[in-house]
Write a protein that binds this ligand. Structure first.
Ligand code: SAM
Length: 325
């Protein structure tokens, strides 16, 4: 029903329709503001916290062999990573710190991909090779789009940060996404990601008054709006998401967790870790590897005070982090 929204005059070479066009246009239009201006964001505390969570996931799960004991998580990765939905390359520094050897970044938003490529090229002493491609990872099988030499050695890690939920528009898209994740991942390789917490979304929806016309909730930082209270399809369960200074009312899809885990298992992926963001914080905030990082990444200030207000903390906890093997 959303097929015809793309205008005839669309200047884009490859015209996309419906929700995908909204998503692509949104991310392409968001400026890459650079490090200094990024610090001025009204939700810098939340952005820093999200970055810290991703650092934890990368450091903890992205290496050839799982660390035997805490404190041995750093600097052990000399592998290959596939970053699907890499955006503007916001995780490049994290991968450098994780000591990755080779990085492939893919995203549907071509402008973001260019910015990611520039960011890698511009970073002094980039210690790993990186290649970037603009492509729809949920409709394109990677072997049809990437140079074969990039897929001849399997990946040690596939990372999908704050982007996998867009694949759950349909079963076909979710399956192509999982096929792309699993086919090129080596045995025991890790698939890590961050997505909104479906259970929490459904609980919020249930808590709305029975006669509510407006099926939305949120605060000064984020807003989530559903269109229907009762129809809860396992694919294509759409809602609209707003996040201050980041996402302007973009269509997203609920990742119903059990459905996702079941589907992932069909592609040989076994769940090893799933936590809400506040649990990831509680689990790692006093760990010797990750506590100093809280300050370095400006999640807390020099006095250990959180840079997030309550509204930002609530928005952060819309999400969960996961790892599959
Ligand atoms: N992973 C990056 C990060 O953590 O900073 C970017 C996250 S951003 C919230 C979501 C990204 O998903 C956007 O860059 C968007 O273009 C990308 N995306 C959405 N649908 C996609 C698709 N079908 N194929 C590839 N990337 C997609």
């Amino acid at each position: 029903e959303r097929e015809d929204e793309d205008s005839e005059e669309s200047p884009r070479k490859k015209r996309r329709s419906g929700d995908v066009a909204v998503v692509v246009e949104h991310y392409n239009a968001r400026p890459d503001v650079g490090v200094a201006q990024r610090q001025e964001s009204p939700i810098i505390g939340l952005k820093s916290f999200n970055n810290w969570v991703k650092s934890v996931l990368i450091t903890r799960f992205a290496h050839p062999v799982l660390a035997a004991s805490p404190g041995q998580w750093r600097g052990r990765m000399r592998g290959r990573v596939l970053d699907m939905g890499c955006g503007k390359g916001g995780d490049l520094t994290k991968w450098a710190k994780a000591n990755v050897a080779e990085y492939i970044g893919l995203d549907i938003a071509a402008v973001s991909v260019d910015q990611a490529r520039q960011r890698h090229g511009g970073s002094r002493g980039a210690r790993f090779t990186a290649e970037f491609f603009a492509l729809d990872c949920y409709t394109t099988v990677l072997s049809d789009a990437l140079p074969p030499n990039l897929l001849s050695t399997p990946f040690d890690v596939v990372s999908m940060q704050f982007c996998m939920h867009y694949a759950f528009e349909s079963e076909a898209k979710a399956r192509i996404m999982l096929r792309n994740v699993a086919t090129w991942l080596r045995p025991s390789g890790m698939f890590i990601g961050t997505i909104p917490n479906a259970q929490q979304l459904m609980e919020h929806l249930d808590e709305l008054p029975e006669d509510a016309k407006d099926l939305s909730w949120g605060n000064s930082v984020y807003k989530i709006r559903f269109e229907d209270r009762h129809q809860r399809p396992i694919f294509g369960h759409r809602y609209w998401f707003y996040l201050q200074d980041a996402v302007d009312d973009v269509p997203e899809y609920v990742v119903h967790w059990d459905n996702f885990v079941r589907l992932a298992s069909e592609y040989g992926l076994q769940l090893v870790y799933k936590k809400e963001f506040h649990e990831i914080y509680e689990e790692h905030s006093e760990h010797p590897d990750f506590a100093p990082l809280l300050q370095r990444m400006r999640v807390v200030d020099a006095n250990g005070e959180s840079q997030m207000d309550e509204d930002q903390w609530e928005a952060a906890n819309v999400y969960i982090g996961f790892a599959f093997e």
